[in-house]
Design a protein around this ligand. Structure first.
Ligand code: EPU
Length: 347
């Protein structure tokens, strides 16, 4: 386990920001976690997975970065209906989706092409096209950074919500996720989720409405690639903001001025407003700060147009937040983790 000095993080964050890490270590084995904590103490370590949901604001990062590369997928339980698989934190999320679909295991096919690694998935309860990680996750294993204790907790412990979990709140930066266990369905017992409008239309038009794990995965792949930029080509972090959840009363107020505001029901009192719609309505797709801009097909996605700095992206995000607040009276919360000075010097 070698600590590398002064390496560029350009290929380790999906915004492709050229920050420099002063101390960087790759973790390949489970035993590396313990070795690292014994030697450096947990509190001074920043854990990096696929780097697909972070904005590195600073150019120099002095905190020790641990890049998680532990691999392995193991069936831990199986019945006629279900299979339970435990997956190591360093596995790439979409490789795991492919692995499950190829074996006829259902549950995460709608989450195709979400960038990032397994260890980050529970932190923000990744979700797309009507499915969230919380729907299949049955266990999450982590190391407590301060005690070194390895724990496995159940779904309820994780307090999952919309792009939210205990790991973003009470346990923020306090643990390193080492593995998750998913409960997947076997052939004959799948519960396909095709209710999201774009999916059902696409299945009908392109696959004669033949619904199986492969056609759903391919459908999601085609929809995503048609509107979300490939981070390998245009640096981005997917949705930069969460879709805000507001009361019916607040919605009515917004509708007085914007009758066509796009919104989705959450429960009887609350609705989710399409943040991308609000940004587009304010002409936000044209806004730039330095090399940072807004994607022309999806206003919720901020992009590194040309040599953007973390500061450019941060300023653009603040400009969007203040404009949306001014016109709609709604605060846009960032979905992306802003890794600023207070993280990069010490945790
Ligand atoms: N819209 C616009 N203009 C835009 C973007 C969106 O008018 O520029 C409107 C459209 O009416 C569209 C609606 O907003 O019908 C919803 O847009 P979309 O289906 O693209 O979904 P989203 O709400 O913008 C969310 C997730 C995505 C996920 C999709 C599909 C969040 C923050 N984002 O985006 O997740 O892929 O739904 O389920 O909830 C991510 O988290 O990084 C991510 C990409």
């Amino acid at each position: 386990m070698k600590i590398n000095q002064f390496i560029s993080l350009k290929n380790y964050n999906s915004f492709q920001l050229n920050a420099q890490s002063h101390h960087f270590v790759e973790l390949h084995e489970r035993s590396d976690f313990k070795k690292l904590l014994d030697k450096h103490g947990g509190q001074s370590i920043f854990t990096l997975g696929g780097g697909s949901n972070i904005l590195l604001v600073e150019k120099e990062i002095s905190v020790l970065i641990a890049h998680i590369n532990t691999k392995g997928i193991q069936t831990v339980n199986e019945s006629d209906r279900n299979v339970q698989v435990k997956i190591e934190a360093g596995e790439i999320w979409d490789d795991v989706v492919q692995w499950t679909v190829e074996r006829g295991y259902g549950g995460i096919e709608n989450l195709t092409l979400i960038p990032g690694k397994i260890g980050a998935a529970p932190i923000q309860n990744i979700g797309a096209y009507g499915v969230e990680l919380k729907d299949t996750l049955i266990a999450c294993e982590f190391i407590d950074k301060s005690t070194g204790e390895l724990r496995e907790v159940d779904n309820a412990f994780c307090q999952f919500g919309y792009r939210d979990s205990i790991f973003k709140n009470e346990l923020r930066n306090k643990v390193i996720i080492t593995a998750i266990t998913l409960n997947l369905s076997k052939d004959g017992f799948h519960q396909y989720n095709t209710s999201y409008g774009a999916i059902s239309n696409h299945l009908l038009e392109n696959f004669s409405n033949e619904i199986n794990l492969t056609t759903i995965r391919e459908t999601v792949r085609q929809i995503r690639t048609s509107k979300l930029p490939d981070p390998k080509i245009i640096g981005n972090s997917g949705s930069f903001f969460k879709n805000p959840i507001v009361s019916q009363q607040q919605l009515k107020h917004i509708q007085e001025q914007f009758p066509d505001v796009v919104h989705f029901p959450v429960d009887k009192d609350k609705v989710k407003i399409a943040a991308g719609w609000m940004i587009e309505k304010l002409d936000g797709k044209k806004w730039t700060v330095g090399g940072a801009g807004v994607h022309h097909k999806q206003a919720l996605v901020l992009i590194n147009k040309k040599n953007a700095t973390g500061m450019d992206l941060l300023e653009l995000s603040k400009r969007i937040q203040s404009n949306v607040f001014e016109h709609f009276g709604v605060h846009l919360e960032t979905e992306v983790n802003i890794i600023d000075h207070k993280y990069t010097c010490q945790l």
